[in-house]
Design a protein around this ligand. Structure first.
Ligand code: NAD
Length: 463
C-alpha cells in the first residue's frame, strides 16, 4: 500500500485536534504514556513483516538490515524508555547553596505540547518512531510526517500508527515538501527534524516564526582517521561494512578516510577484499546490498563519480537495472572535488593519505563540524587526543556507527550537523520543559532585601 498525499486543507484541523488532545490533560499520566509506547512496540511487532517487505520494495533494503537497523534497534530503544520513564518523569532534586536555604529546589519535567516530527527516508522506521517515542514519553501529542521517498513504508506506518496509538493525539500526515511546508506554517511547541542540512535551514527559519524549539538531526561528511598502529584487517572490514550498509545511505556512514601514508595501500587492498567477501564479485547484483533510493540520488552519485581526480580501486557505476552501485573505493581524490565537498550518501569511499594524525586533524578542522568522527588506533591516547582537538556530534573509536546504539549515549549533531540530542533520557529531556521550581518557607523573612536601602543593608548586600 503506497502512501497518499494528505490534503493540505486538512492540516490546520489535524494540528488543532492534536492540540485539543494535549490541552485536555490526557497525556500527563504515566499510564497514557506507557500505553502509547506499548502501541509503538505493537506496531513494530505485528507490523514487522509488512514493514520489512515495504523497506525492500522502497529501497531494496535487505531484510536482515531492516530487522537490525529499523525494527530491532527501535524496539530496543522504546523498551529502554518505557523501563526508565517513571524515574525520568519524577521531579529531580537540586541541592541548594547555603544562601538559597532554607529554600528547596527541584526540576520538574513537563511536556511541551504538540510536537512536529519530520523524518527522512533512509531509516524510515527508526527515524520516525524513535523521535515519536521520545515525544510521547515526555507527554506530548504529535504530528508525524514520514518521508515521501519511501511511499510503501510511509503508508504502512501511517495505517499502523492510526490503529495502535491514540488517534487524536498522534496524527500521521503524508507527503513531500509541500506538505512539510504547510505543516511548518502551523504553530507547534517542538519541531524534531531529521534530514539534510539544507532543509534543516528551511525548518529553522520556519521555527523562528513561532519561536519553536527544535532538534535538528542533520547530515554532513563524517571522516575517519586511521592511525599508524591499527589492526588493518579489522579496520578494513569495519569500514567496508559501514560504507555499504544501506548502500552508504546512512547519516553517520564513514564519508571519507584519512589514513597514515605507510598503510594506505594495505588498507585499500583490505577494503576491496572485504567488499568482495561480503557481496561477491559483482556486488551490484547482490541481494545483500540495498538500492540507491531513486533516480535523482543515483544521478547525484554518478556525478560525484565523474570528476574526482582520484583512482578507482573497485566498484564504479550505478547498475541502471537494479539501481545498485557496487561499493566503490576511490584513492587520493582531489580534496577540492565535489566528492570531497558534499556529503556522499552512497557506497563510495574516498581514501586519502596523510603524514600523521596532526595532518588529519587539521584537514577535518578546516571543514564543517561533522556529525560523527571515527578514529582507529590501538593507543587510547591517540583517540583521546583527536576527540579533544576536533568538534563533532559524536566520536566512535575503532568501529563505525556503533555509538548510535547505547541509549545511555545522547545522539545528535553540532554546527552544520544540527543541534539537540535524543536516545534514552536525552530524547525525553529534549522534548520536555525542564522546569525549575524553588520553594521558600515564609520564615525566616529576610528584611535585608527590602527598601529602604540603608547604609548597613547596602554594605551587607554588596559584600
Ligand atoms: P531531506 O532533507 O531531503 O528530507 C527530510 C524530510 O524533509 C522529508 O520528510 C522531506 O519530505 C522533508 N522536506 C524536503 N524538502 C523540504 C522543504 N523544502 N521544506 C520542508 N520539508 C522538506 O533529507 P533526506 O533525503 O530524506 O535524508 C537524507 C539526509 O538526512 C542526509 O543529509 C542525511 O545525512 C540526513 N540524515 C540525518 C540523520 C541524523 O540523525 N542526523 C539521520 C538520517 C538522515
Amino acid at each position: 500500500m503506497a502512501h497518499a498525499d494528505t490534503d493540505l486543507a486538512t492540516i490546520p484541523d489535524t494540528v488543532a485536534t492534536a492540540r485539543r488532545a494535549f490541552d485536555d490533560g490526557r497525556t500527563r499520566p504515566i499510564e497514557w504514556r506507557r500505553r502509547q509506547l506499548d502501541g509503538l512496540l505493537t506496531v513494530l511487532d505485528v507490523g514487522a513483516a509488512e514493514l520489512v517487505a515495504a523497506l525492500g520494495r522502497d529501497m531494496g533494503k535487505p531484510a536482515p538490515e531492516a530487522h537490525f537497523t529499523d525494527i530491532g534497534t527501535t524496539a530496543t530503544d522504546i523498551k529502554h524508555i518505557r523501563k526508565h520513564l517513571a524515574a525520568w518523569m519524577r521531579p529531580r532534586k537540586a541541592k541548594m547553596r547555603m544562601q538559597d536555604r532554607p529554600g528547596k529546589g527541584h526540576i520538574l519535567p513537563e511536556p511541551l505540547g504538540v510536537a512536529l516530527i519530520i523524518a527522512p527516508w533512509n531509516y524510515p522506521v527508526q527515524l520516525t518512531l524513535g523521535p515519536l517515542a521520545a515525544a510521547l514519553a515526555a507527554g506530548n501529542t504529535a504530528v508525524v510526517k514520514p518521508s515521501e521517498l519511501v511511499p510503501e513504508t510511509s503508508g504502512i506506518l501511517a495505517r499502523l500508527l492510526r490503529e495502535h496509538l491514540d488517534p487524536e493525539a498522534v496524527a500521521v500526515v503524508e507527503g513531500g515538501p509541500e506538505v512539510s511546508t504547510a505543516l511548518l506554517d502551523q504553530r507547534f511547541d517542538h519541531i524534531f527534524f531529521t534530514g539534510s542540512t539544507s532543509v534543516g535551514r528551511v525548518v529553522a527559519q520556519a521555527a523562528a516564526k513561532h519561536l519553536t524549539p527544535t532538534v535538528l538531526e542533520l547530515g554532513g561528511k563524517s571522516p575517519v582517521i586511521v592511525a599508524s598502529d591499527v589492526n588493518l584487517d579489522i579496520t578494513a572490514k569495519r569500514l567496508a561494512w559501514g560504507k555499504s550498509l544501506n548502500a552508504g545511505q546512512t547519516c553517520i556512514a564513514p564519508d571519507y578516510v584519512l589514513v597514515d601514508r605507510r598503510h594506505k595501500d594495505a588498507l585499500v587492498a583490505g577494503i576491496v577484499a572485504a567488499i568482495e567477501q561480503f557481496y561477491g564479485p559483482d556486488p551490484s547484483t547482490s541481494d545483500d546490498l540495498a538500492k540507491i533510493v531513486n533516480e535523482r540520488h543515483a544521478e547525484r552519485i554518478t556525478k560525484l563519480l565523474a570528476d574526482h581526480g582520484g583512482t578507482v580501486a573497485c566498484g564504479g557505476a550505478v547498475n541502471p537495472v537494479t539501481r545498485k552501485l557496487a561499493p566503490t573505493v576511490i584513492v587520493d581524490p582531489d580534496p577540492g572535488s565535489a566528492l570531497m565537498q558534499e556529503e556522499i550518501f552512497g557506497p563510495v569511499l574516498p581514501i586519502l593519505a596523510v603524514d600523521d594524525v596532526d595532518e588529519a586533524v587539521a584537514f577535518i578542522n578546516r571543514r564543517p563540524k561533522p556529525l560523527a568522527l571515527y578514529v582507529f588506533s590501538n593507543e587510547a591516547h591517540v583517540a583521546e587526543d583527536v576527540a579533544a582537538r576536533t568538534s563533532s556530534g559524536g566520536v566512535c573509536v575503532n568501529h563505525v556507527m556503533f555509538h548510535i546504539g547505547p541509549p545511555e549515549l545522547p545522539f545528535g549533531g553540532v554546527g552544520d550537523a544540527g543541534h539537540g540530542r535524543y536516545h534514552g533520557q536525552a530524547g525525553f529531556d529534549a522534548l520536555s520543559n525542564l522546569k525549575p521550581v524553588y520553594i521558600r518557607p515564609f520564615r525566616p523573612d529576610l528584611s535585608l532585601i527590602y527598601p529602604p536601602y540603608t547604609k548597613l543593608k547596602v554594605k551587607l548586600l554588596t559584600r
